[in-house]
Write a protein that binds this ligand. Structure first.
Ligand SMILES: NC(=O)c1ccc[n+]([C@@H]2O[C@H](COP(=O)([O-])OP(=O)(O)OC[C@H]3O[C@@H](n4cnc5c(N)ncnc54)[C@H](O)[C@@H]3O)[C@@H](O)[C@H]2O)c1
Length: 316
């Protein structure tokens, strides 16, 4: 196989960008777009006149090697199951599924194919510099992640934990290798019937603590990570692509804070390139099925804590 024949499933807000990348990359051939909503089918036909646009995956499943699942999260499980049963490689947007049970069930159908999950926040260039640094920092760190967005009326089939907090849960698992022991969360339902604003505290076995605050009813976008330890403070503005560092033992009057920008990258392009390379060169996925399951496991504990108002233990 020289090029991966791929179908894009769900030509919505994010799907249209994924389709563009699949069309532009050398290692892929976008052969079909599967979309159920007539207006979005029309938009797909206009943007990709040489690509087959269909309503049902079954119409093209025999013509593809792989698929990109970019439908609402509540549909990921059924679509992924059908693709795995047909032995097709999958790139699935985050979260992998709506529940841990569904995510774990997929392993029954996953044979010798690649399954990559769209935890795109791992693509920030900042982590190449900071991931080794964070690993070296002493224990008893305080980690704070914040992700705010204006209300967009999208992803209301899920709560803010599955919609936004999942990005930061994945970053927590990716950047800080110690085990998370428990979580305590508080939240509000403001604009939808689901949690719209959630604050979750995570307790690590090495004494680290993390707080993630996620909201989807704000006046502007804000995404950041801050790590405080006895060595000083690192602050990453994930929206402006800037890293600031205040070192230990110096007064934080501004002049001692060093700030530099890092390269802004095309995350979807990086993810898809890695996906096709994993298929063509039989390499490990950039974000694995196990990574996707691990994030959902933490999500379920956050949701349990929100419902019970109790601290929830995270078991193996
Ligand atoms: N990685 C990121 O940063 C990021 C950002 C946004 C969204 N997402 C994820 O991407 C997914 C899609 O989000 P979105 O904002 O693009 O949603 P969206 O509602 O804008 O688009 C979903 C599209 O899927 C179509 N669709 C629904 N059912 C279908 C079916 N059975 N077959 C084919 N098409 C179908 C809809 O008509 C719509 O066009 C979600 O899982 C979301 O969590 C990830």
């Amino acid at each position: 196989m020289e090029k991966v024949k791929v179908a894009l499933i769900g030509y919505g807000h994010l799907g249209k960008w994924h389709a563009q990348k699949a069309d532009q990359l050398e290692n892929s051939e976008l052969v079909a777009i599967v979309e159920s909503f007539p207006q979005n089918q029309q938009a797909a036909k206009e943007a990709h006149p040489n690509v087959k646009v269909v309503e049902d995956l079954n119409e093209v499943i025999n013509e593809i090697d792989a698929a990109l699942i970019v439908t609402p999260t509540s549909l990921h499980f059924d679509i992924a199951k059908d693709l795995l049963k047909a032995n097709k490689h999958i790139f699935c947007e985050k979260p992998l599924c709506s529940s841990l049970q569904q995510a774990q069930e997929l392993s029954q159908y996953k044979k010798d194919v690649k399954l990559q999950v769209g935890h795109s926040e791992r693509c920030h260039a900042a982590w190449e510099e900071l991931r080794p640094t964070f690993t070296e920092l002493p224990a008893n760190k305080m980690i704070r992640l914040q992700r705010f967005a204006p209300f967009k009326g999208r992803a209301t089939d899920v709560d803010v934990v599955q919609d936004l907090m999942i990005h930061d849960i994945d970053l927590l698992l990716y950047l800080f290798p110690h085990k998370i022991k428990s979580v305590r969360a508080l939240g509000q339902k403001i604009r939808t019937a689901n949690w719209d604003h959630v604050t979750a505290h995570f307790y690590f076995e090495n004494g680290d603590e993390a707080m993630i605050v996620s909201g989807r009813n704000h006046v502007k976008e804000e995404r950041s990570l801050e790590v405080m330890s006895e060595k000083g403070c690192h602050f990453v503005d994930l929206f402006q692509n800037k890293i600031s560092y205040a070192t230990h033992g110096q007064f934080d009057s501004g002049e001692y804070v060093q700030t530099h920008s890092y390269e802004k990258r095309d995350h979807l392009l990086i993810e898809q390139k890695a996906f096709y390379e994993s298929i063509l060169q039989d390499k490990k996925e950039f974000v694995t099925y196990e990574d996707g399951v691990a994030a959902i496991k933490i999500i379920e504990c956050v949701l349990k804590s929100l419902d019970t108002h109790q601290e929830v233990q995270i078991n193996d």
